[in-house]
Ligand binder design. Structure first.
Ligand code: PDD
Length: 283
């Protein structure tokens, strides 16, 4: 079963996919992206991902070449060509190809890349025991709600986490925790779920939205408000949400146990509810 790429309207094996060295994505990180999951052949919350892609592109003045129904057709065909029932779909749209100049040269034809790769099931041991995370200073720009391909600060944070034996780095700015390098963060205190509110300093995660909905449906009280670093450490439970990690319990922050140091009841409830929801794969 092949890994598939779709580059500017042409499907091909991923190994054959090419873009120009003068692509502004390559030279400036001038582009946007999405990553979404396919469960049993069905894209998970495709409409939400396409909506966010549109918002990101609009924020940067990059015209998206396709309407939503065309994206859906391209993704369905790429997934079907790959033959992977459980897959991750990466979408990248850059401003286009032009001789290097910081100022974009008039209207350009955006470069579109879609790739489909198999998604290995997550390590059950990690989810049973809970993950280690570390905190890092947030050195990112002030428009983190845009899903830009410029991810250097996230890359460095993730690398730092890995070197410290952790799976995720949580960004701290002005004494508050905002999100992870590739995930949103939620804490539970006295059975109340608290997560930082949407705004320019964090990505409005699709999984975040799904999980907040599941929590409300399950009767868990939800508050979207700033979370201080002290509140993070003193939480009864901490967990992460994201397309690749789904709902991942955190056992330790900077080596210090959260609660009992194992996944708590609210986290376990939401892990179970998320597993049910992804079975339905609603759009
Ligand atoms: N990243 N915050 C950041 C900074 C992210 O990069 C991501 C996801 C999330 C979670 O968003 P969602 O639930 O929509 O996946 C939050 C993807 C997985 C990535 O960059 O690969």
């Amino acid at each position: 079963m092949p890994e598939i790429a779709f580059v500017n309207d042409v499907f091909m094996p991923l190994s054959e996919a090419r873009v120009s060295v003068e692509d502004r994505g390559f030279q400036f990180g001038d582009g946007v992206y999405e990553l979404l999951r396919v469960y049993a052949g069905v894209p998970f919350h495709l409409t939400d991902h396409l909506g966010r892609l549109e918002q990101s592109a609009r924020a940067l003045g990059i015209p998206l070449p396709y309407p939503r129904d065309r994206w859906a057709v391209v993704i369905a065909e790429a997934v079907s060509r790959s033959g992977f029932p459980d897959a991750k779909v990466y979408i990248q749209v850059t401003r286009g190809v032009a001789p290097r100049d910081h100022v974009p040269a008039g209207p350009m034809v955006p470069t579109v890349v879609v790739t489909v790769r198999a998604m290995a099931p997550p390590d059950p041991g990690l989810y049973a025991a809970g993950a280690d995370v570390v905190t890092v200073a947030d050195i990112r720009w002030a428009r983190c709600n845009i899903k830009s391909i410029g991810l250097l600060a996230n890359v460095l944070a993730k690398q730092q986490a890995r070197e410290m034996g952790a799976v995720e780095a949580l960004f701290i700015r002005d004494g508050c925790v905002l999100e992870g390098a590739t995930s949103n963060v939620m804490i539970v205190k006295n059975r109340c779920l608290v997560t930082p509110p949407e705004g320019p300093l964090l990505l409005p995660g699709v999984t975040r939205k799904v999980v907040l909905g599941l929590a409300q449906k399950a009767g868990v009280s939800v508050q979207e408000q700033p979370v201080t670093e002290a509140e993070l450490h003193a939480a009864d439970e901490v967990f992460l949400t994201g397309t690749t990690i789904e709902v991942l319990p955190v056992a330790r922050v900077n080596g210090r146990s959260i609660g009992a140091g194992s996944p708590g009841p609210v986290t376990r409830l939401l892990m179970a509810r998320f597993r049910e929801a992804r079975g339905d794969a609603p759009s």
